[in-house]
Design a protein around this ligand. Structure first.
Ligand code: 2AM
Length: 170
């Protein structure tokens, strides 16, 4: 199975992203827009791996406290266009801890530098206008182990497990 770790987004965050997608579409940008249910922020990409359990076990080491995430700006990697996040040291720290925990657990993952983004569309055709996703923020209190399957009409992402933040009230 093809696995990755991601932050699932709150409804207000998704609404802001959908508004940004609509604005791009209205300005004539065409491409493969990410459907609402697939919008997410990837923390690490594992790729083909036989089972979820060893990954969840390895991640028991990746403790983190809840933190805030907010949208900021649009950008592109070639024809993949994305929404960015306001600089967030806790987000960077979480991605680093996850990658460390995966390495310790001998779980393979893509070691490409973490570059937080939410893919809005692929195979984009047009020029990237100065569109801002609206103000939207959420609290991250868990992240998810996701499975990715190629469906008839695009990718299907299924949550296989959740890794909660530590309860900071204890
Ligand atoms: P992307 O949106 O920039 O393509 C599932 O494929 C998720 O894992 C996507 O969010 C994808 O990011 C991300 N990802 C990161 N590295 C990847 C890789 N090497 N191959 C496929 N997906 C990758």
């Amino acid at each position: 199975m093809r696995l990755f770790l991601a932050i699932k987004l709150s409804k207000p965050m998704k609404d802001a992203l959908i508004n940004a997608q609509n604005e791009l579409y209205d300005r004539g940008v065409r491409g493969n827009y990410t459907p609402e249910e697939n919008l997410h922020l990837t923390l690490a990409f594992i790729g083909e791996y036989p089972a979820p359990e060893p990954v969840l076990e390895a991640l028991a080491e990746a403790s983190f406290a809840p933190f805030a995430l907010s949208l900021e700006g649009l950008g592109r990697f070639g024809d993949l266009w994305w929404a960015g996040m306001r600089a967030s040291p806790p987000l960077t720290a979480l991605a680093r801890r996850i990658r460390h925990a995966l390495a310790e657990g001998n779980i393979p993952f893509d070691r490409k530098r973490f570059s937080p983004h939410i893919t809005l569309l692929r195979k984009a055709r047009g020029e990237l206008p100065g569109v801002e996703p609206g103000e939207a923020a959420m609290t991250v209190d868990h992240f998810s182990l996701m499975r990715s399957d190629r469906g008839k009409n695009g990718m299907i992402y299924t949550e296989l497990g959740q890794i909660p933040a530590e309860d900071t009230h204890i």
